[in-house]
Design a protein around this ligand. Structure first.
Ligand SMILES: NC(=O)c1ccc[n+]([C@@H]2O[C@H](COP(=O)([O-])OP(=O)(O)OC[C@H]3O[C@@H](n4cnc5c(N)ncnc54)[C@H](O)[C@@H]3O)[C@@H](O)[C@H]2O)c1
Length: 264
């Protein structure tokens, strides 16, 4: 079992939602955090709050789709704290819409998912994760660090209507732990650096609270526990996945019992 005390977590999307909650959870367990986010303002707020908790934190305002920013983030962890033990690329976005939307009356297509909305989600949720994980994993290997890469999938990985872009990126998160675990195993690193994904259902963060409220109400009717998942519950799962070294190469769902139906 690993101990979070003194372990260093690199968290993207650290200025809000699950990333912020995970950062505060990590610090409460005695860990240190290196946070990045595209929102410099949000990052300053979280940094101040963590310092007020007595936590050790370093921040870098940056874009997860930018190769240089991802490299600087991984370097920052080594320079500031001399280690890198948890990689949590939480930065993510949604840009929902149907692939093609026929008008309910005429039956003719009146709207399409724009290339911009498709590409933005691929860039941030897939390419951004690739760059963050590549840079952080390279530093972990070069400096002999032990720990976990924890990716953010979603129940959307099973196929949510209106989220062709998002669901595609989250399905990719389900396979990445298998590829990375196999690659590390080949190079004799399987016992040092593990990779998993978590797949939350609907978590009470700005991403979900900003959804169409009618649609959200309908979704919640389908959740057996009858409420949104708390960000703290997601952070706690990641903490356990970090500690428990038997957890590797797999996606772990946390959705309050939700099952998607035929209409996604
Ligand atoms: N909230 C949910 O219900 C839910 C469910 C399943 C999976 N997830 C996943 O969990 C992760 C975190 O989601 P959340 O709900 O906390 O979202 P959120 O919107 O609350 O926070 C995401 C953070 O990412 C940052 N960000 C966006 N684009 C960025 C970029 N290009 N570079 C750097 N930072 C950027 C935002 O500024 C924000 O602070 C995402 O990958 C999301 O897909 C969330």
């Amino acid at each position: 079992m690993l101990d979070i005390k003194d372990a260093v977590a690199v968290i993207t999307g650290g200025a809000g939602g699950i990333g912020e909650e995970l950062a505060k959870y990590w610090v409460r367990q005695g860990g240190k955090v290196v946070l990045s986010d595209i929102s410099a303002e949000g990052l300053s707020r979280v940094e101040a709050e963590i310092k007020a908790m007595g936590g050790q934190v370093a921040t870098l305002a940056g874009d997860t789709t930018n190769e240089e920013d991802c490299s600087r983030l991984a370097d920052l962890a080594m320079e500031k704290f001399g280690s890198l033990n948890l990689v949590a690329p939480a930065a993510g976005v949604i840009r929902d819409g149907l692939l093609v939307a026929p008008d309910r009356e005429t039956g003719k297509v009146t709207k399409k998912m724009s290339l911009a909305n498709f590409q933005a989600v691929i860039d941030i949720n897939l390419t951004g994760v690739f760059l963050t994980v590549r840079e952080c994993a390279a530093r972990m290997i070069d400096h002999g660090c032990r720990g976990l890469i924890c990716l953010f999938s979603s129940t959307g990985s099973l196929g949510t209507a209106g989220q062709l872009n998002y669901s595609s990126t989250k399905a990719a998160m389900n396979v990445m732990p298998k590829v990375i675990t196999a690659e590390f195993f080949r190079r004799g690193l399987g016992d040092k650096i593990r990779c998993v994904a978590i797949a939350p259902g609907y978590v009470g963060t700005p991403m979900v609270k900003g959804m169409d409220q009618k649609a959200l109400g309908k979704i919640l009717e389908q959740v057996p526990i009858g409420r949104l998942i708390e960000p703290a519950e997601v952070a706690s799962l990641i903490g356990e996945l970090y500690r428990n070294e038997a957890m590797a190469g797999e996606t772990f769902f946390i959705h309050g019992g939700l099952r998607l139906g035929s209409k996604g």
